[in-house]
Design a protein around this ligand. Sequence first.
Ligand SMILES: [Mn+2]
Length: 221
Amino acid sequence: MCDPCFETCAELSAPVKIFGDLHGQFGDLMRLFEEYGSPNTAGDITYIDYLFLGDYVDRGSHSLETICLLLALKVEYPRSVHLIRGNHEAADINALFGFRLECLERLGDEDGIWWGASGGEGGEAGAGVCGQGRLGDKDSIWVWRRINALFNWLPLAALIEGKILCMHGGIGRCIDQIDQISALQRPITMEDGGPRGGAGGMGMAATAAVLETTLRRYCAT
Ligand SMILES: [Mn+2]
């Protein structure tokens, strides 16, 4: 992608509406749209960009509706709707804080989580995903895994008019320049240095930001 609004640090132009953690609260998202305008042609999408700062899933009971609507909006308005990554947009985290369970309870074992007989065994969310699954193929609908694979591609930050830097969870301690964010290559997974690395379990899982974890790894190399 050579369009700056698709970079790891997305470069945006004002005006921009900025939304914080949604955490599966689909009703709240609807109320926000109703109160402050909605991203469609009857609303204000033609002259205002929408930036969502991450944490779309977990905690609330409608993570699926929330992330699916946001992704649909991204598809419909790719240069006007921007989704950056929160620390809950990582399989290690959302396996613990609600999204995995929501997929399991609402979609069932095969459809919600597991990839069944034709897809292989185990592996990280996102590994080998592309091209293997097909909607309608019961053995290979693994919504949770596929959405997490997509999360690995989300931008980590957004820079508005070269002045306002937006991200989820703050700047890691060892970042000095925005170029350090832009240089990070996606997809970014959590298996090294993330909570699964053994550094902290639940405590770290609750507080780790994707960006900080990634930058720590980046700065160590
Ligand atoms: Mn949060």
